[in-house]
Write a protein that binds this ligand. Structure first.
Ligand code: MLT
Length: 454
C-alpha cells in the first residue's frame, strides 16, 4: 500500500529561557514537513516590547505564504484524521531519488572537503566558472548566452527576492494572473504595492494580467498598461501553459515598445514537450529587455539540494544607460556568498552527458504521472489544462469556490491540492494538482478522485 510522505513526530514545545526561568514556549507549534517547518500564527506573549515599528509592507500581506498555509491545512487534517493515508499533490515537490551518477559526484566533492588538497572555502559569488559554462553550453546552446551572464544561485525563489532588491520599490509592475505567489508577495514586502483590496482580491499598484482559456493563457497586451517590470512565468505555474513562440515575440515587442524589463521564470522549461521556446532568449531582441531565472529543482530533483541560476544579458540597461548586469553583480556580492560548492558539483554532474540523460529519465517518469492524472480528470468530464508542458494540472470547477473544492477533496479523499486563488484572483474556480508524486500515490489519487467524481 502507498504511504503518505509525511511523518508526524510527536512534538513537545521547546523550553526557552524567559526572565531567568526555563519555560515551555507554547506559542510555537513546529512540524517537520520533510522539506520545512511552519510556525502557527499565535504570538509569543511578551512582557518587554521593543520600540521598533513593524515593517508596514509586511503588514499588508494577507496570509502566510501560500505553501506553508497549505501545509497547515495538511497538518490539521492529519490531526483530525490520524488514520487517513494522506496524499499530497499540493506543493510541487519532487519525490523521485536523484540519479546516483549525480549524487556520487556530490559525495566525492563532499569527501574531498576533508582533505588538504580538496578543501575549498568561499567560491566566487557568481558561481563556479565550469558550471556557468556548462549551463551556457547545454541549456543555452543555440541562443548565445555568455558564461559571464549566468549567475549561479541557491534556487529561483531566492533570486526572485534578489531581483526585487535590484529593482527597488520605485518601479511599476505587472504579473500574470494566476501565477506563482512569490512575485507578488516579494513585491509587497519590497514596498512597491498598495494595500490589498478585499473586493478584487488584488493589491493596489499591481497590474494583474488575466491569463485563462478565454485568451489562450496569454494577456491581452493591447489593453495592458505600460509598467516598468513584467513578471512572466512559462511554462506557467500554476496553469502549466507554455507560451508559444508567437506569444513570446509579442511579449518582447511589447516590452521593447514600452521600455520595460521582463523577469522571465523558466523553472519548468525542461518539461516542455512541444515546440514552445524553452528560454526567452530564443526570441530575437529579448537580450535587451529580459532577465531569465531558472532552477535545478524540478529539472533534477534539487528542491532540497538547492541550486538555480539567473541570466542577465550585457545588453540590458537601465534608463540612464547603466548595465543591469553590473548592479545585479553588486547585489549578488552583497547579499549572497555563492551557492554551496557541493550543490554546484551536483549541478555540473547533471549537465554531463550521462547526468543529463539520467535526468531526462526522471522527467519522463513525471510526464507519465501527468498523463495518468490528465486522463483521470478528463474521464470524469472535468476540464483540465496543463499537464503537458509542466508537472501541474489546472482543473476547472466552473462556478465553484476554489477553496471549497480544495476542502471538499481533502475531506472526502484525503488528497491535498492547491486552491487556484492562492495564485491570484484569476485562479477562482480552479485547483492546481501536482504530478510530482510517487507513482503509487498518483495511482491511488486517481482511484480516489474517480470514486469521488464519477
Ligand atoms: C510550487 O509548488 O509552486 C513550487 O514548487 C513551490 C516553490 O517553488 O517554492
Amino acid at each position: 500500500m502507498y504511504q503518505s510522505h509525511l511523518s508526524l513526530p510527536t512534538y513537545t514545545p521547546p523550553a526557552v529561557l524567559f526572565q531567568g526561568k526555563m519555560v515551555q514556549n507554547s506559542s510555537m507549534v513546529h512540524k517537520e514537513r520533510g522539506v520545512g517547518m511552519f510556525i502557527t500564527r499565535r504570538f509569543t506573549r511578551t512582557v518587554c516590547q521593543t520600540k521598533v515599528p513593524r515593517n508596514a509592507n509586511l503588514e499588508k500581506l494577507q496570509n502566510g505564504y501560500l505553501f506553508p498555509e497549505i501545509s497547515r491545512h495538511e497538518f490539521e487534517h492529519i490531526r483530525k484524521h490520524p488514520d487517513a493515508k494522506l496524499i499530497s499533490l499540493g506543493i510541487g515537490d519532487t519525490t523521485e531519488p536523484i540519479p546516483d551518477i549525480i549524487t556520487l559526484d556530490m559525495a566525492a566533492h563532499s569527501r574531498a572537503l576533508s582533505t588538504a588538497e580538496g578543501y575549498r572555502g568561499y567560491g566566487a559569488e557568481q558561481g563556479n566558472k565550469e558550471l556557468r559554462k556548462a549551463i551556457t553550453e547545454t541549456v543555452y546552446r543555440d541562443v548565445g548566452v555568455k558564461d559571464t551572464e549566468v549567475f549561479i544561485s541557491d534556487g529561483a525563489q531566492c533570486d526572485i527576492s534578489r531581483i526585487q532588491l535590484l529593482l527597488g520599490s520605485n518601479v511599476t509592475m505587472a504579473v500574470q494572473d494566476p501565477s506563482f505567489p512569490g512575485y507578488v508577495d516579494s513585491s509587497v514586502i519590497m514596498g512597491r504595492t498598495g494595500e490589498f483590496q478585499e473586493v478584487t482580491g488584488k493589491y493596489a499598484n499591481i497590474e494583474y494580467m488575466k491569463c485563462g482559456p478565454e485568451n489562450d493563457f496569454f494577456p491581452d497586451l493591447s489593453t495592458t498598461p505600460r509598467t516598468d517590470i513584467i513578471f512572466f512565468v512559462s511554462p506557467n505555474n500554476p496553469t502549466g501553459y507554455a507560451a508559444s513562440r508567437d506569444q513570446l515575440e509579442k511579449l518582447v515587442e511589447f516590452a521593447k515598445k514600452n521600455g520595460s524589463i521582463i523577469i522571465y521564470d523558466a523553472a519548468y522549461a525542461a518539461y516542455i514537450s512541444d515546440d514552445s521556446p524553452r528560454s526567452i532568449f530564443e526570441i530575437p531582441g529579448a537580450r535587451e529587455v529580459a532577465i531569465e531565472i531558472s532552477s535545478f529543482s524540478k529539472f533534477a530533483g534539487f528542491t532540497g539540494v538547492r541550486l538555480g541560476w539567473t541570466v542577465v544579458p550585457e545588453e540590458l540597461v537601465f534608463s540612464n544607460g547603466f548595465p543591469v548586469i553590473k548592479d545585479f553583480d553588486r547585489i549578488v556580492c552583497t547579499s549572497f556568498n555563492g551557492a554551496s560548492n557541493i550543490s554546484q558539483a551536483g549541478g555540473l554532474a547533471c549537465l554531463s552527458p550521462e547526468g543529463y540523460k539520467a535526468i531526462q529519465g526522471l522527467i519522463d517518469f513525471y510526464r507519465e504521472n501527468m498523463k495518468i492524472m490528465v486522463e483521470t480528470f478528463e474521464s470524469l468530464g472535468l476540464k483540465v489544462y496543463g499537464g503537458k508542458n509542466a508537472p501541474y494540472l489546472w482543473v476547472h470547477f466552473p462556478g465553484s469556490s476554489s477553496w471549497d473544492i480544495f476542502r471538499m477533496i481533502l475531506e472526502k479523499t484525503h488528497i491535498i491540492t492547491i486552491p487556484g486563488t492562492g495564485f491570484g484572483p484569476g485562479g477562482e474556480g480552479y485547483i492546481r494538482v501536482s504530478a510530482l508524486g510517487h507513482r503509487k500515490c498518483i495511482l491511488e489519487a486517481s482511484k480516489r478522485l474517480t470514486n469521488l467524481f464519477k
